[in-house]
Design a protein around this ligand. Structure first.
Ligand code: FO1
Length: 312
């Protein structure tokens, strides 16, 4: 695979696939377009969880078991916060705080999120291009049986318990793709565009909601391949299957393919869900990613499917 690869990603599942790609490609050939719908203002800090998960994962700093934050983190900030009777449902580790403080400071000075993110990546010698989907704020808002909730309230404070009736991406209408996003998608050297096995509704849909991105995916010569987030009728982690059931969808690769209809050219499904006809070109693999070798295997299987389909 000599071409460049673009991957749309959010959350821990997405970071795993990007790390897998980095095992089989030189990192500077990878451009990650990262969901920022989870971004969150907390105590005056701008937190970008999906960007930070990717920075930590690619730099070997991630707390892999936890799925977010840093390995070996300390929590004196949180214990001091609790001593002051402040809300403590959202854990901010001492090292993690450095990203949030520096990002908040830079944004307050008028720097763009994409520039701040590139600065962090450079500081940690990461060659992978990590682009937020937009430099403008786009906030995932969930309409639930417990009212309207911001993403982190739903995901962390309420542990995804509320029943979700609708999801919207506040600010998407006036947001623009961040610098480099459309160029990477439309670059003739891009051989494959992957949609990571992130939550389609909460991590990928916000990216597709940024005006111009879905159209660029359709116009790109590179095939768009999604990696199914479903394994054996379940989601590996997080509320994907619960959200599908709440939408009256079967928890199957065919439902994933239908959700991405018009955007993807192929779907990589897990062998545990076969036989299944996702009504689109597909390949089957073991998509469970536990080890680093697993991550590389899934990345390779997705690129092989892209190569099989060839340029559009
Ligand atoms: N997830 C949790 O379940 N509990 C937390 O306290 C928590 C804190 C946190 C702090 C910074 C950060 O970047 C992510 C954090 N996350 C936490 C994970 C976060 O909610 C998710 O990574 C994404 O928003 C969804 O993938």
């Amino acid at each position: 695979m000599t071409g460049r690869v673009v991957v749309l990603t959010g959350g821990v599942g997405g970071a795993k696939l990007v790390l897998g790609l980095a095992q089989i490609l030189s990192a500077e050939k990878i451009t990650a377009i990262v969901n920022t719908g989870d971004d969150f203002q907390h105590f005056g800090l701008h937190i970008s969880p999906d960007i930070d998960t990717l920075l930590y994962t690619l730099s070997g700093r991630a707390n892999i078991a936890q799925g977010w934050g840093r390995e070996g983190e300390s929590w004196s900030f949180m214990s001091a916060l609790r001593s002051l009777a402040a809300e403590d449902w959202f854990q901010l580790g001492d090292g993690d705080l450095a990203l949030h403080v520096l990002r908040s400071h830079a944004l307050a000075q008028g720097h763009a999120l994409s520039n701040v993110t590139a600065g962090f990546a450079a500081a940690w010698n990461l060659q992978t291009h990590i682009l937020p989907m937009s430099d403008q704020p786009v906030s995932t808002i969930l309409t639930t049986n417990e009212g309207e909730l911001g993403f982190q309230d739903y995901f962390v404070r309420l542990r995804c318990a509320p029943k979700v009736n609708a999801i919207r991406f506040q600010g998407a209408g006036t947001a623009k793709p961040a610098p480099g996003v459309l160029d990477a998608i439309l670059d003739a050297r891009t051989a494959a565009i992957l949609i990571a096995p992130s939550n389609p509704f909460l991590s990928i849909d916000p990216i597709l909601a940024v005006p111009g991105i879905a159209a660029a995916l359709s116009a790109a010569s590179a095939p768009v391949i999604a990696v199914s987030p479903i394994i054996g009728g379940q989601a590996v982690k997080g509320p994907t299957a619960k959200l599908m059931r709440e939408r009256g969808l079967a928890v199957t690769p065919a439902a994933i393919a239908a959700h991405y209809a018009g955007v993807i050219n192929g779907l990589l499904i897990d062998w545990r869900d076969a036989p299944c006809d996702p009504q689109c070109p597909f390949a089957t693999a073991d998509t469970l990613m536990v080890s680093l070798a697993d991550r590389a295997r899934v990345a390779k299987a997705a690129l092989d499917l892209a190569a099989r389909l060839g340029a559009k």
